[in-house]
Ligand binder design. Structure first.
Ligand code: NCD
Length: 448
């Protein structure tokens, strides 16, 4: 018999505290029945003051394997995900080789299954080698064991409108979705950061907001024309929020994501020339941060996705122009959303469950994740302590890379436990391959 967990007096999304019993991979009982049915062997978890969320689902994670195992592996990245409260992640396609065939997506899916930390749903590339010329084997990836439903050339934009149209048409056939990295390449050649006052003052080449907005505007019109669904990756500007709002008002089938870092940080961070703040799309202005917060709160932006983009030291500890784009995010996402949206009174924990679990699961067609808290549902759950405060120390995180833009910051909230089909992957804030924390305290990766 698998281990049973009795979660005592947890707050399910703001409701009254209840006991919840996890057994045989599912939520076995809620309320008075839970303690009655628990039996003597159940492990009790004191949930007083804690919030019980459905396990988080990330639609945008870079796991880097195959090809850049010096930055992250499926094992280290998924362990980081579990520590961040996730029970499923979508692994982006910009690996080496590219995830553009059934063989490569199945390899990543298998590595994820064998690691056992979270469910890994590989994203398939839209074009062969992300080169934007020839459509990849979309149908074969969809029909593979990896059951790909999300397709993206992320890191690059599908900028050819004919290729984008074809991708939208083909993905419709198997209920897939194109997740577009919206960046007009000609408008961003050589770009280093957001184009604005700060880029002019510090002398770095700018990435104008219009380069994102022009592609989003084009794509929502293409999606309407074709009758397909479209997902917009890491939306970052006030203008992009307006375009999505307009598209939704016309009934266009579009969803959009914002990253935690775009909810919190601005282009002012670039003034110190620390490449940890170099990311694509770039950190924008305070007005953009306000617009994406408002867009997330009113439902124009559907989800938060991490765009966890680990890079090894040599790709970040260098001058700004030579550094790679990207920042880690799996282990700080929930805290950033708490600080930006919950602690400011703009969202409830039920909203957090929607934007970080049920809606990303729905967009990715992940059937057994993001489910309601009800008897018989798979026990994919995250237990959060909203009153905790912690200082971010990237070297103590599960990810194999240290490029967190939140280094040294105090953030609210902590993941106390994560359960994947009733098995604790994280308990007392510790990964369950290292239950007493000694390996991490010694500065060693546990099994990575
Ligand atoms: N978000 C990033 O800054 N980097 C991503 C790819 C990308 O979206 O450019 C990466 O793979 O490193």
């Amino acid at each position: 018999m698998s281990t049973r967990y009795l979660l005592r007096a947890v707050a399910p999304l703001g409701g009254d505290a209840v006991d919840v019993l996890l057994a045989d991979g599912v939520i076995a009982a809620i309320g008075a029945d839970a303690s009655a049915e628990a039996g003597p062997d159940a492990i009790e978890v004191d949930g007083a003051g804690l919030v019980l969320l459905p396990g988080l689902v990330d639609l945008h994670t870079h796991l880097r394997e195959p090809g850049r195992e010096d930055a992250e592996t499926v094992l280290s990245g998924t362990r980081a995900a579990a520590l961040g409260g996730f029970t499923a992640v979508h692994a982006m396609a910009n690996t080496t080789p590219t995830q553009d065939t059934a063989g490569v997506v199945e390899q990543v899916w298998r590595l994820g299954r064998d690691a056992g930390w979270v469910d890994v749903r590989p994203v398939g590339a839209v074009s062969v080698g992300l080169e934007g010329e020839q459509l990849a084997e979309l149908g074969a990836m969809a029909g593979s064991a990896a059951r790909v439903r999300v397709f993206s050339d992320d890191g690059k934009c599908v900028h050819d409108p004919v290729l984008m149209r074809r991708a939208l048409e083909y993905t419709k056939a198997f209920d897939g979705v194109v997740s577009q990295h919206s960046q007009e390449p000609r408008l961003t050649a050589g770009a280093q950061m957001h184009e604005g006052v700060v880029s002019a003052e510090i002398g770095l080449a700018g990435w104008p907001a219009v380069a994102e907005e022009a592609i989003i505007a084009r794509d929502v019109l293409l999606a309407e024309h074709v009758g397909a669904r479209l997902h917009v990756c890491h939306l970052s500007t006030a203008g992009s929020v307006e375009i999505i709002r307009w598209a939704k008002s016309r009934g266009i089938d579009v969803t959009a994501e914002v990253t935690p870092h775009h909810l919190m940080l601005t282009d002012e961070e670039a003034r110190g020339y620390d490449p940890v703040f170099k990311v694509n799309p770039p950190l924008r202005t305070a007005a953009d941060v306000e617009a994406v917060r408002a867009g997330l709160a009113d439902g124009t932006i559907d989800i938060v996705a991490t765009d966890h983009a680990p890079h090894p030291r040599e790709d970040k500890d260098c001058e700004w122009a030579a550094a790679a784009f990207g920042m880690t995010g799996l282990e700080t996402a929930l805290s950033v959303v708490q600080e930006a949206m919950v602690d400011t009174g703009r969202m409830t924990w039920a909203d957090v469950a929607r934007v970080l679990s049920s809606t990303p699961a729905a967009i990715g067609r992940v059937e057994d994740q993001g489910r309601p808290l009800a008897v018989g549902e798979p026990a994919n759950l995250t237990l959060v302590d909203p009153a905790a405060r912690r200082t971010v120390v990237p070297e103590e995180q599960g990810t194999a890379s240290a490029n967190s833009p939140f280094r040294g910051r105090q953030l609210p909230g902590a993941v106390v436990a994560t359960f994947l089909r009733g098995r604790a992957t994280v308990l007392d804030g510790r990964p369950q391959d290292d239950p007493d924390g000694s390996l991490r305290a010694a500065g060693r990766e546990a099994t990575v």
